[in-house]
Design a protein around this ligand. Sequence first.
Ligand SMILES: [Zn+2]
Length: 348
Amino acid sequence: MSALPELTLTEAQSVAESIIGRCSWRGAEAYIQCPGIKHHTNANSGTDCKVVCERIGNLAPGIYCFHGSCETEVAAASRALRSALGKRSSSKPQLRGNTPVVIRAKAPKFNPAKLAQIAAKLPGIDATWFAARSPKQPDNRTPASFLHNLYQPGENVVVFDVFESQGQALWTHRGVPFDARELDCFTTGKTHGVWFLANPVTGQYLPNDNGHSSRRSWQNVTCWRYLVIESDSANPAHWLAALAQLPIPIAAIYTSGGKSIHALVRIDAESKEHWNEQAEQLKPALITLGADRKAISAVRLTRLPGCERVEKGKVQTLLYLNGNPDETPICELTVNAPFAGQWEEAGQ
Ligand SMILES: [Zn+2]
């Protein structure tokens, strides 16, 4: 192979920048705008595409994009990068001839065996187990007292009993004291159950991306606090055991009244773009464990606990509530004293 000397990291970085422009490097890699971004057919995030300027493990130098529709541009940019780096950057023969080598970042997939393996570390956990570790007692919450724990005074939350609608109620956090019965009209008799929009909104109708008047679009969101994860495919017991071990700030866990269990993860993003970046970082691990890929979106309806879902003959049930979560996994939280909180009024 080549007798030329290896490039230093700084040299490799500057060669890469001569192809794709200035980057903010983390070692040999940097997130970049995809050279084929105009062909993307799904929403973009800042972590979709990266450049690698020297070999990292078995990742060869090149451009890697999560999207598939930009393949031609990504391949061309990769080829240009490798050609500029020359054969000097690696003594391995993977850069033979002119054959473009495009390795797209693999989309993560649900791995039930991996989930089962993680779940096995925490067998037999159930509603009682979560209640014992829940900073707020879950079984005496009304829908309004649930929301009161998760939002700030003045914030508005849209509540729905028709999924494809603009919402049947706008609940406003009124500080204290408040009426914990405010949303009790939703607790019974709703055929398909009840939802709320996970992030707070202005409460006004604004034009959305399609030019329609909406109060449930990204234009309405006032704070990018939460990300919803749910799984339709995971074994529910395994999914719960995994949620209990995840080192992410989980604010609430509740059932859908069907087979799914939702978790509200607090990410406190500063903007929609920041929300997308954080979501992209969490996605591979969460999707591997069974989180529904499509459900991880910035403007998301999720089940409101304490409400009946008549079609299933079940109640959407709160299992865990922590208005101020950190990254401590739930399984490492202190177990509440027996019956602690039993005298706590639902409205506090
Ligand atoms: Zn791309």
